[in-house]
Design a protein around this ligand. Structure first.
Ligand code: NOJ
Length: 534
């Protein structure tokens, strides 16, 4: 297990398909578009793409409401085009990971239509139907993540159904063996077509409390937080039985060669670790989102790294995520200068990195006017800043109209920074953030110390983060200045900095360091380590 698998050494790149590349001018990205940009991804140097859902969907939650797990939404293309994409990607050495959405279907999915049709339906038990509470009203106080009660009344059959997200996303009942079987078939359908793995949506929601206990109030709730935060999700998420369901998925993957199972769950480290499963029989990589919400200072990040490394079960492979389609972009969280430091952090920590499309060119959250809002979360809960459109805007390929993304009208606006924040301009600029990402990816590929080496924190001042990565006798130093003031790192006794391999400014390669490393404002450096003993 020590770094021999592609998903341990490799870097994953997330594509939000509506926004990556539009080949037919309808303003929405598609599979042919992605295929036409594989050359770019291979040039950039990533190893795998994860594509957010491309299945037939009414798009109430932009594909996370699936109405057919074994098809391709016509807006994105056809199964033949999907096969061609996988073929081409594999031809270039790129793996393809799909999104798998097991917690809920669309309310238009034939399974739900059947389930809803009558209480006697064969598929009634495929979803979570309950009678009203004794005095009337919803069976429990459970809240939807997207606002309001999580129970929707169905007048025709006189029961409520449960939906952790939108009412258009009824939750499947994973306690039902028939549901498990059907959902395992879905995995096999795509594995047989050659996909290299899955990112499993909202895995901790899969099983809800069998006794339907009310969730307790959240003592840390404050006005201004999203309304579902009023309650602790004690009985609706992270139930012990969920691990059985995860192990079942893993068994399906284990019937194939070298595939990867990645789980999405926002959980504290102690809870997250359980998703590796008993004896690592669960997720290969339960997503580690802790950098996303982290206060951007050296101490906080050092503590996250320390806690995470310490919590990992023996043999479990770590991973790191800086951004995704649900959270504000790193550029908007930390600013342009620190976004470079963040890139170096992501690509030098121990564990598989996942990179969000557009972050490599420093795309920012794009302000969305009220009349442009697309995300239902924002529509349901307006004004709290929960909307996810800003981080989902089209990839900026060039500075022309449509940003090289579309010849039509893009479904979300392009950034006002289009003229310089685009692939074409930055590919030609050896000092751009894109050039930095590419250099980091190349270095990571060339240096096993960075991809699979040991991680050792080094003592550093309060504003600096420093660590060593080591493999087969080769030792590299990573020193990051998380402030906008110059900082000096004094290396611990016996350690000397050697040749600089890469700096965030792309302008110090080859420089020789010594017992102190002077870092400019917002600078990160990767260097060889020369020990005093020689
Ligand atoms: C997590 C996904 O990342 C998010 O975009 C989606 O809205 C919810 N799960 C529901 O599927």
């Amino acid at each position: 297990m020590h770094g021999s698998r592609w998903w341990q050494r490799g870097v994953i790149y997330q594509i939000y398909p509506r926004s990556f590349m539009d080949s037919n001018g309808d303003g929405v990205g598609d599979l042919r578009g992605i295929r036409s940009r594989l050359e770019y991804l291979s040039w950039l140097g990533v190893d795998a793409i994860w594509i957010s859902p491309i299945y037939p969907s009414p798009m109430a939650d932009f594909g996370y409401d699936v109405s057919d797990y074994c098809g391709i939404d016509p807006r994105f293309g056809t199964l033949d085009e999907f096969d061609a994409l996988v073929r081409d990607a594999h031809g270039m050495g790129l793996r393809v990971i799909l999104d798998y959405v097991p917690n809920h279907t669309s309310d238009r999915h034939p399974w739900f239509l059947e389930s809803r049709a009558s209480r006697e339906s064969d598929k009634r038990g495929w979803y979570i139907w309950r009678d009203p509470a004794p005095g009337g009203g919803p069976p429990t106080n459970w809240l939807s993540e997207f606002g309001g009660s999580a129970w929707e009344w169905d007048a025709a059959t006189g029961q409520y159904y449960y939906h952790a997200y939108l009412k258009e996303q009824p939750d499947l009942n994973w306690r039902s063996p028939a549901v498990r079987d059907a959902m395992h078939e879905v995995l096999r359908f795509w594995l047989d077509r050659g996909v290299d793995g899955f990112r499993v949506d909202t895995i901790h929601h899969l099983i809800k409390d069998g006794e339907l206990r009310d969730n307790p109030p959240n003592p840390s709730y404050r006005p201004g937080m999203p309304p579902h935060r009023r309650l602790l999700r004690l009985y609706t998420t992270d139930r012990p039985e969920v691990h059985e369901a995860v192990a079942g998925m893993r068994r399906v993957l284990d019937g194939y060669d070298d595939r990867v199972l990645i789980g999405e769950a926002y959980l504290p480290f102690d809870r997250l670790m359980a998703y590796y499963g008993q004896d690592l029989s669960g997720m290969h990589l339960p997503f580690n989102f802790h950098l996303i919400g982290a206060p951007w200072n050296a101490q906080a990040i050092a503590e996250i790294v320390r806690e995470y490394e310490a919590a990992l079960p023996p043999g479990a492979w770590p991973n790191w995520v800086l951004g995704n389609h649900d959270k504000p972009r790193i550029m908007s969280r930390v600013g342009a200068a620190q976004a470079r430091v963040a890139a170096m952090l992501l690509l030098t920590l121990r564990g598989t990195p996942t990179l969000y499309y557009g972050d490599e060119i420093g795309m920012s959250d794009v302000p969305i006017a009220p009349e442009q809002v697309q995300d239902t979360f924002e529509k349901n809960v307006p004004g709290l800043g929960v909307g996810r459109d800003p981080e989902r805007t089209p990839m900026q390929w060039d500075g022309g109209a449509g940003g090289g993304f579309t010849t039509g009208a893009p479904w979300l606006p392009l950034g006002s920074d289009l003229a310089r924040t685009n692939v074409e301009v930055q590919r030609a600029d050896p000092g751009s953030i894109l050039s930095l990402y590419r250099a980091l990816l190349a270095l990571r590929r060339a240096e096993p110390a960075l991809s699979i080496g040991r991680h050792a924190p080094l003592a550093a001042g309060p504003d600096l983060l420093a660590y060593a990565r080591e493999h087969a006798g080769r030792r590299l130093l990573v020193a990051l200045n998380l402030t906008s003031r110059p900082r000096r790192l004094e290396l611990p006794g016996g350690v000397l900095g050697g040749r600089v391999l890469l700096a965030t400014g792309l302008d110090r390669t080859g420089e020789l360091l010594g017992a102190v490393v002077d870092l400019r404002a917002d600078e990160g450096v990767i260097a060889e380590v020369a020990s005093a003993q020689g």
